[in-house]
Design a binder for this molecule. Structure first.
Ligand code: ATP
Ligand code: MG
Length: 415
């Protein structure tokens, strides 16, 4: 049996990296008063149709949709923000606190062509700062993305930022952009041709050389921004300058989700080849209202953990703890009595491995050496007869037999 295409097992020797990311993230984000939230992996399909947008790649071709037993349309969540906006509304979080700072880490699902850094089940770590229109909120989340990446050992990243304005500004721009691009329709790449009618802004994102060349003369989104949008963007840039956080303004940066307005940003790295975006985010002031909640501005981002791991895995040193005590038993009685000793080891918080093979003591001790344990605890027939046990130091060629009642004292000395 093989796992489904685009899915991966995370084995014990990798879990340590995941735990590291989780622990560091939780430490850093809780300092800024962000609280962890977990939402269901399945949601109504309509949640994503209504938020991410019907013309986007995600909704168009990447979603895992199915009908449940009662013929409800269900989707495995492709991203986190829509679910959090839904949770904010269903739990009336707005009643308890005007600003909600939330973070999440969990699996997301998109039907894409699997390749390095692109899976069908992947994981995102994200934050959402809900309830503020202030450019300080945008600055706070960008600063936290940068800080987290640095703290996790990702140093060669660059921040790209843009303002995509509000709906009115964007729709005027869309009209002009479409007019301009229609003149070159025949020269556009296949995807861009299709996008011309359904989602022209995404053409700006095209990696096709010819399309990019055509775009050099295209109208610029920034020329369509009015003073409110401009001021918001300029403020963020100024704050980032003050913070000494480097960024590039990329006037062609648009995100693949419909709910963004004003700020859009991405964090990229040179270390990953084609899948070079590790973090994507932006402001979404209309989403919560659009889903039936009160008008609530918000801004957030998501980092792809698998891509992050490709970069930082070699930079983090994590000490693997080896076991302290390997337990070897001999005879029927020992196999009954050993549980009393195990209870003591647990109480003393000593980590141990019980040999489960039905083999000779000699073979068990051999395995004890292989296990890397410090001590082999032997409970054989002689020991049972004398109410004792033997402790054999595996790297010292030394052993002693002690009475059971002295075990706790002995362990405290070892610890
Ligand atoms: P991409 O350009 O790779 O398609 P995206 O714009 O679709 O990314 P977002 O929806 O903004 O990505 O998600 C944020 C981050 O989640 C991405 O920057 C990336 O690190 C990660 N990510 C997105 N899709 C995948 C995937 N299929 N496999 C692994 N990571 C992913
Ligand atoms: Mg994508």
């Amino acid at each position: 049996m093989q796992p489904l295409r685009g899915t991966k097992d995370i084995l014990p020797n990798e879990i340590i990296f995941w735990k590291h990311i989780y622990k560091k993230t939780s430490e850093i984000l809780s300092l800024s008063n962000y609280f962890e939230i977990q939402t269901p992996i399945i949601e109504s399909t309509s949640l994503f149709n209504r938020s991410i947008g019907n013309a986007t790649d995600i909704v168009n071709k990447e979603m895992y949709n199915f009908l449940d037993q009662s013929k409800r349309n269900i989707t495995l969540r492709p991203e986190g923000t829509a679910s959090i906006a839904r949770a904010f509304i269903s739990n009336k979080l707005y009643l308890s606190n005007k600003t909600q700072r939330l973070w999440y880490l969990g699996p997301m699902f998109r039907y894409e062509r699997p390749q390095s850094g692109r899976q069908r089940q992947f994981h995102q770590l994200g934050i959402e700062c809900i309830g503020s229109i202030n450019p300080m909120a945008d600055t706070e989340v960008i600063r936290l993305a940068n800080l987290l990446l640095l703290e996790l050992g990702c140093h060669n990243h660059r921040i790209e930022i843009n303002s995509i304005g509000n709906i009115e500004e964007r729709s005027l721009y869309k009209e002009d952009l479409t007019k301009y691009l229609t003149k070159y329709k025949e020269d556009l790449d296949h995807d861009s041709k299709k996008r011309l009618t359904i989602n022209p802004l995404r053409i700006l994102d095209s990696k096709n050389k010819k399309t990019q060349y055509i775009l050099t003369e295209a109208p610029l989104l920034e020329n369509y921004l009015k003073s409110e949008s401009r001021n918001h963007f300029n403020c963020i840039c100024e704050y980032l300058n003050n913070l000494n956080i480097k960024y590039n303004i990329n006037s062609k940066l648009v995100r693949g989700l419909d709910y963004y307005n004003y700020t859009a940003f991405e964090i990229k790295t040179d270390e990953l080849g084609n899948q070079d975006t590790i973090c994507g985010g932006g402001r979404y002031d209309k989403l919560i209202k659009q889903l039936g909640g009160p008008e609530t501005p918000a801004v957030g981002w998501a980092i792809g953990i698998e891509r992050l791991l490709l970069i930082i895995k070699n930079n983090i040193q994590i000490k693997q703890t080896s076991i302290n005590i390997y337990i070897a038993t001999q005879g029927i009685e020992a196999k009954k009595k050993i549980w009393d000793i195990i209870k003591i080891l647990e109480q003393q918080k000593i980590n141990f491995e019980l040999d489960l093979h039905n083999s000779s003591l000699q073979k068990q001790i051999k395995r004890a050496y292989k296990s890397g344990a410090q001590i082999c605890l032997i409970l054989g027939e002689d020991e049972i007869a004398q109410k004792s046990l033997t402790l054999k130091w595996l790297n010292k060629n030394y052993q002693k037999t002690i009475l059971n009642i002295n075990l706790i004292k002995e362990l405290q000395e070892i610890n």
